[in-house]
Each structure stands twice: as structure tokens, then as C-alpha cells.
Design a protein around this ligand. Structure first.
Ligand SMILES: Cc1cc2nc3c(=O)[nH]c(=O)nc-3n(C[C@H](O)[C@H](O)[C@H](O)COP(=O)(O)OP(=O)(O)OC[C@H]3O[C@@H](n4cnc5c(N)ncnc54)[C@H](O)[C@@H]3O)c2cc1C
Length: 479
């Protein structure tokens, strides 16, 4: 029996049900296909391509330790699968499911076509704690509000125990041809990724390291630390989760085990804020699966009429971290340099774009898509629709973050701004989040020249707040 394991966003050996199933059948061919066409308008950005390159190298090396190897191909998935099946007498094809609407359709087509040709096909859940179709409200409909969704999930049986990585993997008598990793052309031509290399270790071992460090360290203090961008108070598991280098089941059970070890009651660790965030990820997938239009269109239809502004100068300033609003600029620069941005700052930078600049959330989502290492169609869509107030359980539109008071609260000594906006590093803490309020002598002492070595704010925060509220009233026909 020869089984093809089609690896996609499950780039790990442990808790990989498709791989374990294949190993039980006999010889296994692990295959990754770079199929950009299938992703439609959501092809990976440069940061993710860099990550994928590293992650595939790590996976291949892990497979080789078990006597196997990763076959790499580029092209249309259906064609590649059909060719390998025909050339190598494959009996069965297995994979772990993805949930993006176009991918679901493609996978369904492939499944039907392979089955009709007598190939055994099976797919598995390796990505979510609950399948999106398993969870529904009392009326049998998808949830659109997080808290009842989460409460419902808590009443469901615990996620199954993660399965161990196979100790050895039987290889086929003849391997299919493989592309070299370099031939996939994932690495950028210009080496702008040095800072990412310092910040991340893509692959299953890097994911396990982050998971262990977090679960043994910060997890119980997460409620306090998670909002402080200057410290490492969150798990930084998001790109690892996106590429499937760790499963949410593994994370969930790691928290459970640790909770029991430190003597917490079941209810204490189950409702832990960190696990709740994992359910936000689940909720994002639930919404994407049931409301497939939401990556480009608002869930709340009245927002289709929202009078968004078009201003490429403002959009560029936001993207480049030169809006003159320190916390927003710090976040946008962190994103550009490391491929990641702290969640609190994502919310503040997002609110600034859609509310103070009145630029459509889709433009923000697109930039994040191109620059985030963890760019994920479900979570990015949820995050942006939340910022814009047009999604499920979104922040009400009239809740407009003030980046100055947010900075004073969550970056009280300005350490985060000082790190990412070094032009302001010497500025007194009192003015670090609003340099435009600093007297000239204070600016001079810190070598800050507004409009010269750091921009004046591109908009007035107060006036644009009023403008956003007016636009909202106009949309609702209440002005
Ligand atoms: C505008 C905007 C865009 C976003 N885009 C993405 C995206 O493309 N990909 C992505 O993974 N997350 C996205 N998020 C959610 C969140 O910012 C990141 O998941 C989080 O910052 C990742 O850091 P962490 O792994 O240290 O998270 P932790 O705080 O340690 O949380 C653990 C895990 O829970 C999940 N999670 C946490 N918060 C959220 C959330 N609000 N929504 C969904 N899942 C969550 C993530 O998988 C995360 O790795 C976005 C948020 C906003 C406001």
C-alpha cells in the first residue's frame, strides 16, 4: 500500500493525523505543492514566503531523521497529484483540511475526481479544536457573537489528545521526482529578512520552543502582560499556528497539563485568557467558513455604503510608519522589520487607518496580508472587520481608539515607541506619545525636529474622530 500525504498548512510530524494514518497503511510519500494559483487573490506575501522556505527545510530535515523525505512540486495541485498517482501506483491520498472558501471548493473537486478514479481519499482535522460545522447556536445557525460561541465550545467534549509523531516512516521503493527548495523561489532576492531571522525559528522545533517557554513561563500572567507591547507577554505562536507547525490541540493540552501541575482547578485553566484567545482563532475560522464573502465584504451589510476616503499619501504614510503618531508608527515599523505586530498595537494602528484616516479596512487588511508572517485569511478578516466595526462582534464604530491615551496606558514609559521610533528615543516620557504637545525646549533637548526628523501628525486626532462619527451617522442615515 502506497499513500501520498499532501501536506499544506500542517507542516509538522507530531499531532498530524493524515501522516499518522498514512504510516499505518505502509509506504508514505510526503508531498508539498506550491500552488499559488489556487490561493486566488490571497497568494502569500514576501514575509510568508520567507517563512515557508524555512519551514519546508525544517520539515524535510525532520522527515529525513525518520527515514523519509519531503517531495516538493510546483503547479496546479490536481495536475501534480494526478501525475504522481499515475506514475507511482498510489493507492490512497490523505490530507489535513483547510477552510478558506476557494480552497474548500478546490479540495472537494479533487476529492471527488480522485475517488471517481478509484483512489482512496481521506481528509482530517489538524488545524482546529472544533470543525466550523460542528458548532451552531440553538437555532441551528452559525454564531456571530464571540462570548456565546466560546461558552458553547466550553460545553463540548475536550479536544482529543494530540498524537505523537511517527517514530519511523516507511519509504517507497521509488521516490517521485522532487524540485529543489531553491527552485520554489520563495526567498526574496534582496536580504531584507535579517531581522526576521533573529526574531523567529520557523519549523516544528521553533514552535515547540515558543510553546514550552510560554506555557512554562508567562501563561498565568498573560491577562496582565498581553496588552504591553514593550515586553514579550504573549506566546508569539501565530505564524507557527498558521503554518501548522504546532496544533491548537497541542497548545490546549499543554495548558491543561501545566494547569494541573501548578494545582489550578479545571475551571481556572479552562477559562484562562490565553486559551480564550485560541477560541478567537476558532471563531475566526467559524465565521470565514460560514460567511465566505467576508475577506472582501463587510459582514454587516450597511457598511457596504460607508463613505471611505481615498488618499494614497495617507495610506503610504501609514504603511511606512510615518504618520507622526508615535504608537501607530512604532507598530507599523515593527511589522515591517519583524513580520509581526503586537495585538494591542494591531488594534490601534487598524483603528487609526479606518477611523482617523477613514481609509477602507480592506486596504489595511491587504497590507497586513503582504507583510505579516502570520497572515491568515480567517484571523486577518476578523481583526480588520472588528477594527472597522463592520464584522461579527466588532468594536462598535463609535469606539475610536485614541493612540495617545492607549500609549500612556499600555506603553507608559514609552519603551516600545523608543525601540521602534528611535528619532523620539530621548524625548521625555510625558510627551513620548504626543510629541506635538511638547514645548520647543523639550523637543530641542531630545533632538526632535517635528516636520524634519520626525513627521508632524498627518491628521488632527480630534477633528478626524468627529469626521469618522459624522461618516458613521451618514451611513446610518441619522445625520
Ligand atoms: C487588524 C488585525 C489583524 C490581525 N491579523 C491576524 C492574522 O492575519 N493572523 C493571525 O494569526 N492573527 C491576526 N490577528 C490577531 C492577533 O493580533 C494575533 O493572532 C496575535 O497578535 C498573535 O500573537 P501571539 O501569537 O503572541 O498571540 P497570543 O496572544 O499568544 O494568542 C495565542 C494565539 O491565539 C490566537 N489569537 C490571539 N488573538 C487573536 C485574535 N484577536 N483573533 C484571532 N486569533 C487570535 C492566535 O492564533 C495566537 O497565536 C489580527 C488582529 C488584528 C486586530
Amino acid at each position: 500500500m502506497k499513500t501520498l500525504v499532501w501536506l499544506r498548512q500542517d507542516l509538522r510530524l507530531s499531532d498530524n493525523p493524515a501522516l499518522v494514518f498514512a504510516c499505518k497503511q505502509g509506504a508514505v510519500i510526503p508531498l508539498f505543492i506550491l500552488d499559488d494559483g489556487a490561493e486566488g487573490e490571497w497568494q502569500m506575501g514576501g514575509a510568508q514566503r520567507w517563512w515557508l522556505h524555512q519551514s519546508l527545510a525544517a520539515l524535510d530535515s525532520d522527515l529525513r531523521e525518520r527515514g523519509s523525505a519531503l517531495v516538493l512540486r510546483r503547479g496546479e495541485s490536481a495536475d501534480v497529484l494526478t501525475t504522481i498517482i499515475a506514475e507511482h501506483g498510489i493507492d490512497s491520498v490523505v490530507w489535513n483540511r483547510r477552510y478558506e472558501p476557494d480552497i474548500v471548493e478546490r479540495d472537494t473537486r479533487i476529492k471527488e475526481s480522485l475517488k471517481s478514479r478509484g483512489v482512496y481519499v481521506q481528509s482530517f482535522n489538524a488545524t482546529l479544536l472544533n470543525e466550523p460545522w460542528e458548532v451552531q447556536n440553538l437555532s441551528g445557525k452559525p454564531f456571530q457573537v464571540f462570548t456565546p460561541y466560546w461558552r458553547h465550545c466550553l460545553k463540548r467534549p475536550d479536544p482529543s489528545e494530540p498524537i505523537s509523531a511517527p517514530k519511523s516512516i516507511e519509504k517507497p521503493t521509488q521516490w517521485p521526482r522532487t524540485e529543489s527548495l531553491a527552485a520554489l523561489d520563495l526567498m526574496p532576492r534582496i536580504a531584507w529578512y535579517r531581522r526576521m531571522e533573529q526574531s523567529w525559528q520557523p519549523g516544528e522545533a521553533g514552535a515547540a520552543k515558543n510553546r514550552k517557554a510560554f506555557v512554562q513561563g508567562h501563561v498565568w500572567g498573560y491577562t496582565e502582560t498581553r496588552n504591553l507591547p514593550a515586553i514579550r507577554g504573549t506566546s508569539r505562536l501565530s505564524p507557527h499556528l498558521h503554518f501548522g507547525e504546532v496544533s491548537p490541540r497541542q497548545v490546549w493540552h499543554a495548558v491543561k497539563t501545566r494547569g494541573a501541575r501548578v494545582g489550578l482547578l479545571t475551571n481556572e485553566w479552562r477559562t484562562n485568557q490565553f486559551l480564550t484567545e485560541l477560541y478567537w482563532r476558532e471563531f475566526a475560522y467559524h465565521l470565514l467558513y460560514h460567511f465566505r464573502h467576508t475577506p472582501t465584504q463587510p459582514l454587516r451589510t450597511e457598511f457596504a455604503q460607508f463613505p471611505w476616503a481615498t488618499n494614497s499619501r495617507h495610506l503610504k504614510a501609514w504603511q511606512g510608519g510615518s504618520t507622526g503618531v508615535p504608537l501607530v508608527d512604532a507598530g507599523m515599523r515593527e511589522l515591517w522589520a519583524t513580520g509581526w505586530m503586537h495585538n494591542r498595537v494591531r488594534m490601534i494602528a487598524g483603528s487609526f487607518l479606518v477611523k482617523n484616516l477613514l481609509i477602507a479596512w480592506q486596504d489595511g487588511a491587504r497590507w497586513f496580508w503582504d507583510t505579516l508572517l502570520d497572515a491568515d485569511l480567517a484571523s486577518n478578516t476578523l481583526g480588520w472587520q472588528w477594527c472597522a466595526g463592520c464584522g461579527a462582534d466588532a468594536a462598535p464604530y463609535f469606539r475610536i481608539f485614541n493612540p495617545v491615551s492607549q500609549g500612556e496606558k499600555f506603553d507608559p514609559d514609552g519603551a516600545y515607541v523608543r525601540e521602534w521610533v528611535p528619532e523620539l528615543a530621548k524625548l521625555q516620557t510625558k510627551f513620548i506619545h504626543a510629541p506635538w504637545d511638547a514645548p520647543p525646549s523639550v523637543l530641542r533637548a531630545a533632538s526632535v525636529q517635528l516636520g524634519k526628523n520626525y513627521p508632524e501628525p498627518i491628521v488632527d486626532l480630534k477633528a478626524t474622530r468627529t469626521r469618522a462619527l459624522d461618516a458613521y451617522r451618514k451611513m446610518r442615515g441619522t445625520s
